[in-house]
Write a protein that binds this ligand. Structure first.
Ligand SMILES: [Zn+2]
Length: 1002
C-alpha cells in the first residue's frame, strides 16, 4: 500500500497556510481604530478603515512584510491577488483565487443576518454617545467611546501596529529561513497571538466588528478568528485538490463549504475510576496534554484547520470540505480523500493516546460538508454517545495482560508491581499522580492548592460545587429562536417608503401581513421586490427562490430543505429567519467563549471569597525542619498526617532540603496572633499515606517558604469548560460562592433567564470522605439536573414595567411555586429593547404588534406585553444540596429546588439569626415542631386529615412563644415551615455549616 502523501503536501505549504491564517486574523484591523467607531457613530470623519495601512505615516508595510510568501509559493497564476493589500481592501466583495476564499470565510463568519441594506437598517445604528459593546446575551458590557479600552486610545493603536509588525516579521523569519520544520517556533508564534492568553485575542476582544444593534454582540476577535479559521481550511482544501482546484472561478465565495473535525476522549471514565483526587486531576493533565498535541498537529503541523470549540471531552476544528455540487457531473475540483484522512488522523491520535498510556481509545470524526457550524452540536453529541462505551473500538495497551501483581485499583486494566498491596496503582497511574505533584512543586498551578487538607474549613468540611448553564441548545442555534435582529413593527415604522412606494406591510398586523406578502411572492422570483430587497442585501443578487432559501434558512438551521416543505412552510421560515438572530459561526464561537468566561470570572471571585478569613494562617504555608530527635527516615514526596491537639496536620516531606512543607489548614493549629515559632519543639505522631506505622516528628524550626508556595488560595478547580464548572471549596465559603454565582447570573443573563438557566449542585462532605463517593454524588446531581431539560409552564400573575425594567411575577402550574423576575427592557441609549426579552407563550395566536410565530407554531411575546393569565414556557434554574455524612448518602434521592429557593433559604437564616434569642431556644423550638409534625403525618410523610393546618398553627404558637417573633416575620417563618424551606435552611446552616445564631438584636 502506498503511503498517504497528503499530510506531507500540507506540511510543505505550512508557511503559506499560516500566513493566510494570519491575514485572516488581521483583515479587519482597520476596525480596531477608534475612528471606525466614531465614524459609524455619526461623527464627521474621512477615515476609511479598509485603507488603515495607507493612512499611517509612514504607511504600514503590509505588502513588504508579506510579499515573500508570494515568491515562495507559486500556486496557480490566478491564485494571488495583484497586490496583497487587496486582502484588507476587498474582503467583502466577490473575486477569484485566494481572495475569493477569504471572502467566503469572512461572509460565513460574520453571517448573513448582518447583511442588511444600509438604508433600511440605518435606524439600528448606535450614535457616538452610546457606542456599546454587548454580551452575546444582550447585557451591555461597555460604552466603547465614553470608556475606551486601551486598544481604542492612540497609544493602544500604535502599540497594536507595533505588535502586528513584530508578528509579520517573525512570520517571515519562520517561513523564509532554513528551519521550515521549527514546529515549536510556529506554535509559539501562533499561541502568543491567538492562544488563550494571546495579545491579539485580548486586543480584538475589547472592540466591535459591527456597531449596529443588536449585532454589537460579536467582537472583532470572534469574527476575525473564525473567518481566519475558515479561510485557512478552505486554502488547505485548495492545496489538497492541487491542479484541479478552480482558482479562476468567481463562485468561490458562494460555493465553498467546510467540514468539522471532532476529536474526543471519554474523560468521564477516568473521573469515575479515580480513587484519589490526584488520580483524576493527574489524568486530567494527561488528557489536556493529549488535546494540546492534537491542536499542534491540526493547527500548526498540518495547518489544516483551527479550534472552533473545546470542552473537557471534545475539540472541534475547522476542516476542508468539497464545494457545492460535489459528486455531480461536471464538478470542478479534485478529491479531498476524506476516508484516507480519517484513518490517517486516527492513527496519529492513537499514537498520542498510547504515548500517554490512555486506557481508552480516542474518537476521531469528520463531518459532512456544510456552510454553517450548526452541525457542531450534533458532531459533539455523536462523539459523546460513541465514547459512552469505554472500549468502543479495539484498543490494546501495553501491560494489560500481565499476570504479575494486583490489578491496579485506578485503571482496572494494568497490574501494579506489588502482589501484596492492593492499593498500589500501576506505574502509569502512579506517574500521573506524581506528575501533578511535580508541576505543583514547580509552581505551575499558580496559587491554587492541590490538597483537600488545605481546603477543609474549621469544621473539617469541604464542598464540591458544580454548575452549568444550559449552553448546548445555544450552540446549535435552537435557543436563538426568541432573539430578534429587527422587530417587524420597528422596521415598518422606520421604513414607511420602500423604493419610492408606500411600504405594503400593514402596520397594525405586521407579522401576518408580512407572512402573507412573502407567501404571495413565492410563485416567481422578483429580485427587485421592494420588501424582500429591503430585508436582505444579498436578495437582489439571487437568481431564484431556492438558492436564496438555502442561504437564509438551510445554512443556518441545519434542516428544512426547500424541497421538503410546502409554500406555507417556506413563507413561515423565510419570515422567521429574516428577522431572527442567526447562529452564525462567529456568534456560536462567542457563545462558547462567553459561557466559559462566566465561570472563569466566578472562579476568580471564589478565590477571594474562599481566602477571606480573620486568621492570616488560613492561606499560609510553613516549612518545618525536623529535630534530630525525630524518628527514622522520611520518604521524599511522601505525605504524612497526624494530629496536633484537635486539629489535623498534613505535611509533605522534601528530600533535597530535608524539610516538611505544611499542606493543611494552619488556621486550625495557630491563632492569628501567634507567630510561626509557636510550633517549635512540638512533637507530632505522623503516619505516611496508606501506612499504619507511626513516626515521631519533633519540630526544630519553622520558616516561611521563599518560593512560589508560601501563600495559596484554598480552591481546587476540577473542571472549567463551557458545559460544566466544578470546584472544591471550603464548605464555610460555599454558600457565599453560590450567592455570588446566582447574583452574577441574574445580572448578566437577565434578558434570557427563561432559556439560559443556571444549575447548581453542592456536595458537602467531611474531609476524609473517599473522593470516589464525592465525585459519584456530583455526577448523580448533574445527571438529575440535566434530565430536567424540558421547559415548564408557568402562569403570569403580574407584569409591570417601570423605568425600563419589567417586573414579572409568575406561578408554576405544577409545583405551586412563585417567581419574581426583573428583566431590563431598555437599552443604555434609552431605546426600547426589542431584540432580546421575548418569552415563548402558550397562546398560538399573534395578537400584539411585537408578537411573532416560529415556523413550528410557537408564539413569542415581548416580556412587557405579558398579561396576567398568560402561560409562558421557562427552562428552570435549579439548585440542590447534599451532605454526605456517609458514603451511602449518595444513593438517596435528591431534593431539587428552584434557584430562587436558595436565596429565600439564605434570607430565612438571616431572619432567624436576627430574631432567635439563643441557639438553645432555636433548637428547642425546632425539635418541638418536628416532633409534632411526625405525629400528624403518616409513614410516607402524608398529612392526616386537617393535619397540616393544625400543625402550622402549632408552629406559629411555638415561634411566637419560644423565639418571640411577631407580625410579618412570624408569617414568613410559618410559610417556610409549610413548604419545608425552613427544614432546608436550618439543616444547611446549623447541622451542615454548624453555624450559631448570633443571639438576637436586643
Ligand atoms: Zn493503573
Amino acid at each position: 500500500m502506498t503511503r498517504f502523501q497528503l499530510p506531507d503536501t500540507l506540511r510543505q505549504h505550512r508557511p503559506l497556510l499560516l500566513t493566510l491564517e494570519a491575514i485572516g486574523w488581521l483583515h479587519m484591523t482597520g476596525k480596531a481604530k477608534v475612528d471606525f467607531l466614531r465614524r459609524h457613530g455619526g461623527q464627521k470623519s474621512d477615515y476609511e478603515y479598509e485603507k488603515w495601512d495607507e493612512l499611517e505615516n509612514p504607511p504600514f508595510p503590509w505588502n513588504d512584510r508579506l510579499n515573500w510568501v508570494k515568491d515562495k509559493f507559486a500556486l496557480d497564476g490566478n491564485a494571488f491577488p495583484a497586490t496583497l493589500t487587496e486582502f484588507i481592501r476587498k474582503y467583502t466583495k466577490r473575486d477569484k483565487g485566494l481572495l475569493g476564499l477569504l471572502q467566503a470565510g469572512h461572509a460565513m463568519a460574520s453571517g448573513i443576518e448582518k447583511n442588511l441594506p444600509s438604508a433600511t437598517a440605518k435606524y439600528l445604528g448606535q450614535d457616538a454617545a452610546h457606542m456599546w459593546l454587548s454580551s452575546a446575551f444582550g447585557h451591555p458590557v461597555r460604552n466603547l467611546l465614553a470608556d475606551p479600552p486601551e486598544l481604542l486610545t492612540d497609544v493602544g493603536w500604535k502599540r497594536l501596529l507595533g505588535q502586528i509588525e513584530d508578528l509579520l516579521t517573525e512570520l517571515q523569519r519562520l517561513g523564509n529561513n532554513s528551519f521550515p520544520n521549527d514546529l515549536y517556533g510556529w506554535w509559539r508564534w501562533r499561541e502568543d497571538a491567538v492562544g488563550p492568553e494571546g495579545w491579539l485575542r485580548k486586543a480584538f476582544t475589547s472592540t466591535l466588528a459591527e456597531t449596529r444593534l443588536p449585532n454589537n454582540d460579536i467582537t472583532l476577535f470572534d469574527q476575525s478568528y473564525v473567518a481566519a479559521a475558515l479561510f485557512k481550511s478552505a486554502v488547505a482544501g485548495a492545496v489538497l485538490e492541487g491542479n484541479s482546484f478552480p482558482w479562476s472561478s468567481d463562485g468561490l465565495k458562494q460555493q465553498t463549504r467546510w467540514r468539522l473535525l471532532t476529536i474526543g476522549i471519554g474523560a468521564d471514565h477516568y473521573e469515575a475510576r479515580a480513587v484519589k483526587i490526584g488520580d483524576w486531576t493527574g489524568a486530567r493533565l494527561a488528557l489536556d496534554e493529549f488535546f494540546t498535541k492534537v491542536r499542534k498537529l491540526v493547527e500548526v503541523d498540518l495547518a489544516i484547520g483551527s479550534l472552533l470549540y473545546a470542552d473537557g471531552e471534545a475539540c472541534v476544528f475547522s476542516f476542508p470540505g468539497e464545494r457545492f455540487d460535489h459528486g455531480e457531473q461536471g464538478y470542478q475540483g479534485g478529491d479531498l480523500k476524506i476516508a484516507d484522512w480519517q484513518s490517517w488522523l486516527t492513527e496519529q491520535i492513537d499514537g498520542y493516546a498510547r504515548d500517554a498510556n490512555l486506557e481508552m481509545p480516542p474518537y476521531c470524526g469528520i463531518s459532512e460538508p456544510s456552510r454553517s457550524l450548526v452541525r457542531m452540536t450534533a458532531e459533539i453529541r455523536n462523539a459523546r454517545e460513541t465514547m459512552a462505551v469505554p472500549l468502543f473500538r479495539n484498543w490494546q495497551i501495553p501491560g494489560q495482560d500481565s499476570s504479575d501483581g494486583h490489578v491496579c485499583p485506578v485503571c482496572h486494566v494494568r497490574s501494579s508491581r506489588s502482589s501484596t498491596d492492593k492499593q498500589m496503582p500501576c506505574d502509569p497511574c502512579k506517574n500521573r499522580r506524581t506528575h501533578r505533584l511535580d508541576m505543583w512543586l514547580q509552581g505551575k498551578f499558580g496559587s491554587d492548592t492541590i490538597w483537600i487538607d488545605e481546603i477543609a474549613d474549621a469544621n473539617d468540611r469541604v464542598a464540591l460545587v458544580t454548575m452549568s448553564l444550559d449552553i448546548v441548545p445555544w450552540l446549535d442555534g435552537t435557543r436563538l429562536d426568541a432573539l430578534r435582529t429587527q422587530a417587524i413593527p420597528e422596521w415598518r415604522k422606520f421604513n414607511p417608503v420602500l423604493k419610492n412606494q408606500p411600504n405594503p406591510i400593514d402596520p397594525s398586523t405586521c407579522f401576518d401581513s408580512l407572512l402573507q406578502y412573502i407567501k404571495g411572492k413565492l410563485q416567481s422570483f422578483d429580485k427587485d421586490d421592494p420588501v424582500l430587497s429591503s430585508l436582505q442585501e444579498g436578495y437582489q443578487h439571487e437568481i431564484d427562490w431556492q438558492s436564496f432559501f438555502t442561504k437564509i434558512v438551510e445554512d443556518r438551521t441545519g434542516s428544512h430543505q426547500w424541497g421538503d416543505i410546502d409554500e406555507n412552510g417556506r413563507a413561515a421560515w423565510l419570515t422567521h429567519q429574516l428577522f431572527c438572530k442567526l447562529a452564525s459561526p462567529g456568534r456560536i464561537y462567542r457563545f462558547w467563549r462567553q459561557a466559559e468566561d462566566f465561570f472563569k470570572a466566578l472562579l476568580d471571585e471564589f478565590r477571594d471569597i474562599a481566602s477571606a478569613d480573620q486568621n492570616c494562617w488560613r492561606v499560609r504555608r510553613l516549612v518545618i525542619k525536623p529535630d534530630n530527635g525525630s524518628s527514622g527516615s522520611w520518604e521524599g514526596r511522601q505525605t504524612y498526617s497526624g494530629r496536633y491537639g484537635d486539629a489535623p496536620v498534613s505535611l509533605l516531606y522534601r528530600e533535597q532540603t530535608n524539610d516538611f512543607l505544611t499542606i493543611c489548614n494552619l488556621a486550625r493549629l495557630m491563632k492569628a496572633e501567634q507567630g510561626k515559632d509557636s510550633l517549635c519543639e512540638i512533637k507530632l505522631e505522623l503516619k505516611a499515606d496508606d501506612s499504619v506505622e507511626t513516626k515521631q516528628l519533633v519540630v526544630h524550626s519553622t520558616a516561611e517558604d521563599t518560593g512560589a508556595l508560601d501563600i495559596y488560595h484554598p480552591v481546587i478547580p476540577l473542571e472549567l469548560s463551557p458545559v460544566r464548572f466544578r470546584v472544591l471549596l471550603p464548605l464555610e465559603a460555599a454558600s457565599a460562592c453560590v450567592d455570588r454565582a446566582v447574583e452574577a447570573w441574574r445580572g448578566q443573563f437577565a434578558r434570557v433567564w427563561d432559556r439560559l438557566p443556571l444549575r447548581v449542585g453542592v456536595v458537602a462532605f467531611p474531609r476524609m470522605m473517599p473522593f470516589q463517593a464525592v465525585i459519584d454524588a456530583a455526577r448523580t446531581i448533574e445527571d438529575d439536573l440535566d434530565r430536567i431539560n424540558k421547559s415548564q409552564t408557568w402562569r403570569v400573575a403580574g407584569c409591570e414595567t417601570r423605568d425600563g425594567v419589567t417586573a414579572l411575577n409568575i406561578k408554576s402550574l405544577d409545583y405551586r411555586q412563585e417567581l419574581l423576575q426583573t428583566i431590563p427592557v431598555r437599552l443604555p441609549d434609552g431605546r426600547e429593547d426589542v431584540f432580546y426579552p421575548y418569552l415563548a407563550v402558550e397562546d398560538r395566536d399573534v395578537r400584539i404588534p411585537l408578537d411573532f410565530r416560529h415556523p413550528d407554531g410557537r408564539v413569542f411575546r415581548h416580556v412587557k406585553d405579558l398579561r396576567s393569565g398568560d402561560c409562558v414556557f421557562v427552562y428552570p434554574s435549579l439548585v440542590t444540596t447534599v451532605f454526605m455524612n456517609s458514603a451511602a448518602r449518595r444513593f438517596e434521592p435528591l431534593d431539587i429546588r428552584s434557584l430562587t429557593d436558595w436565596l429565600r433559604m439564605r434570607d430565612l437564616w438571616r431572619l432567624i439569626d436576627r430574631h432567635a434569642p439563643s441557639q438553645t431556644a432555636l433548637h428547642g423550638a425546632w425539635s418541638e415542631i418536628i416532633e409534632r409534625r411526625e405525629a400528624w403525618q403518616g409513614p410516607e410523610g402524608t398529612w392526616l386529615e386537617g393535619g397540616k393546618t393544625a400543625w402550622l398553627d402549632f408552629a406559629r404558637a411555638v415561634f411566637h412563644e419560644r423565639l418571640g417573633v411577631r407580625g410579618a416575620c412570624l408569617e414568613t417563618l410559618v410559610a417556610a415551615a409549610g413548604d419545608r424551606l425552613l427544614d432546608w435552611s436550618l439543616e444547611w446552616h446549623m447541622s451542615i455549616l454548624k453555624k450559631q445564631v448570633s443571639g438576637g438584636d436586643r
